[in-house]
Design a protein around this ligand. Structure first.
Ligand SMILES: Cc1ncc(C[n+]2csc(CCOP(=O)(O)OP(=O)(O)O)c2C)c(N)n1
Ligand SMILES: [Mg+2]
Length: 359
């Protein structure tokens, strides 16, 4: 049960421009929003108001630091725990919640499990639950970027557990051979559901796996948003210069359950969680902001009130929207419906007329 809690130390290229007070404040606001959404969504699920939720508490520093270091056109190939990336890309909580509920305004039209969102206009690909599949896709997309000679990169997100998947190794190998502009961003949150990090691999770090594929791997303290930002920024610069991929292992801890279907008390010790909470990414940034005079406790309390009010308002609005119309089932698969789909649609409409199902 014992996982290392000491902060990782690896030399990072800190050549990137230092962060401004304004940037740090916007990191902080987004991290606080992300944490508050987690708290609220876990209780919405317990109340049966959403069916499923995947919390990211404890991982906000890694997610926001990485998101901020990417450019808006860079491609995101997420797993399923990347809410911070979506928030940083400007997705309102209301849009996420419409998807969690599967209401008529859900951009996924109720066809995806809650938490499995994607945003075409933000180069944010739909969440991948099958472990690792997004990794090879990100490498393929990076090869397309190379052919188009675009100055963008692909960033793919996965956990410690995913480093044991076939796709991780295939993706890393292709990226190394073809020097693709890819950032492999591993959030090592110490657990893959109930399997601890030390049962995942005998390697002392996950980052060192990059060595085998011929490109750099760095370990970064994922509770330090500045450090994550710098690591991703320099990986991005390297990729755009045509020097190829980087694997970044951000060491963090998942505070909550793996998902709302899990109870971590059954497999991990509370002392471990408490030890990591002493290096909480939000508290660390808050202390930095307070000590540099950029923030006050009063502003902090006001921010929390504002964020909670914003969340409450979004919940009220999203819950007032009716469920997605079942007739939308017949849309989108083909440009023109096949004869079989037409038949099914006609049968559906008869059932609606007979009052058996609602339109
Ligand atoms: C191919 C595949 N095998 C198993 C699962 C079940 N599963 C879902 S999440 C998960 C653990 C993933 O852990 P990690 O990669 O560390 O990511 P984390 O959930 O900790 O963010 C597993 C085994 C799956 N979704 N896909
Ligand atoms: Mg994990």
């Amino acid at each position: 049960m014992a996982n290392a809690v000491s902060p990782p130390s690896a030399p990072l290229d800190s050549g990137a421009t230092p962060l401004s007070a304004e940037q740090r404040l916007s990191f902080y606001r987004t991290m606080v929003l992300s944490r508050a959404i987690d708290e609220r969504c876990l209780s919405l699920q317990r109340q049966g108001r959403i069916g499923f939720y995947v919390p990211a508490s404890g991982q906000e520093g890694a997610q926001i630091g990485c998101a901020a270091a990417l450019e808006p056109d860079d491609w995101i190939f997420p797993a399923y725990r990347e809410i911070g990336l979506a928030l940083w890309r400007g997705i309102p909580f209301r849009t996420l919640l419409d998807q969690f509920i599967g209401n008529a305004e859900d951009i996924m039209k109720g066809r995806q499990m809650p938490n499995h969102y994607g945003f075409r206009d933000k180069n944010f690909v739909v969440a991948s639950s099958p472990i690792g599949t997004q990794i090879t896709q990100a490498v393929g997309a990076a090869m397309a970027i190379q052919r188009r000679k675009a100055a963008t990169v692909t960033a793919t997100f996965f956990g410690d557990g995913a480093t044991s998947s076939n796709d991780f190794h295939a993706g890393m190998n292709f990226a190394g051979v073809f020097r693709t502009p890819t950032i492999f961003f591993c959030q090592n949150n110490q657990w893959a559901i109930s399997l601890p990090r030390e049962r995942q691999t005998r390697s002392s770090t996950l980052a060192q796996k990059a060595e085998a594929y011929g490109f750099p791997g760095v370990v970064v303290d994922g509770t330090d948003v500045d450090a994550v930002y710098r690591a991703v920024r320099s990986a991005r610069e390297r990729a755009v210069r045509g020097e190829g991929p980087t694997l970044i292992e951000a060491q963090v801890y998942r505070y909550g359950p793996h998902s709302t279907s899990d109870d971590p008390r059954r497999y991990r010790a509370d002392e471990e969680l408490q030890a990591w909470k002493r290096r909480d990414p939000i508290l660390r940034l808050k202390e930095l902001l307070l000590s540099s005079g950029q923030w006050t406790e009063a502003k902090d309390a006001a921010l929390l009130d504002e964020v909670r009010a914003q969340i409450a308002q979004a919940i009220e609005a999203a819950e007032a929207v009716p469920p997605v119309a079942p007739a939308t089932l017949f849309e989108d698969t083909f440009a023109r419906r096949t004869p079989q789909l037409e038949e099914e649609k006609a049968a559906f409409e008869r059932l609606v007329q007979e009052g058996v199902i609602r339109p």
